[in-house]
Design a protein around this ligand. Sequence first.
Ligand code: ZN
Length: 209
Amino acid sequence: MFLENAIRKGWIEVICGSMFSGKTEELIRRLKRAQFANQKVEIFKPRIDVRYSEEEVVSHDANAIRSTPVESPQNILLMTSEVDVVGIDEAQFFDASIVDVCRQLADSGVRVIVAGLDMDYTGRPFGSMPALMATAEYVTKVHAICVRCGNLAHHSHRLTADETQVMLGAHETYEPICRHCFAELRRQEAQSAPQTDPHPHTPPHHETK
Ligand code: ZN
């Protein structure tokens, strides 16, 4: 468990992992501890994430805490005067300036807690999360359980054929799976993918799930 070690104020914490790994729950846990200590806490998320509520950071178990949706990371700087702790959820959806905004906040004495997906559904590092992890003092990787084998899950496997990187959803569109089940799926996909197609009019292959 992460324990604060506050000798001097101002640092960056990153909480990352796959879908259903408990990132937001861990963010909320840390923010509530700070609130109990009478610290002034503000929470932000990108406006893109409107799955549940416009005004709350909501984890999948509905353990909610009020937050402000913002268009751009710069807006966070405008809304955080005299704040002790800033929480940022779904940070992978912010543009690259989120890294500098977090640095400015931490430099000015604010504790910054950033939660986000470390990888997209193809297994590539997601948005600015790698840069945030590199510049943070503390990085916590949290894990879901693989729905296929029970190992620690590392990937968010998308259950639909949509190929856009930003696709919001929960149980109906993603499942947490481990490295080995992810690699096995990749092997199966590679095997069933059409080679150079000799019949250009054949309909494209669709996987049935
Ligand atoms: Zn597995």
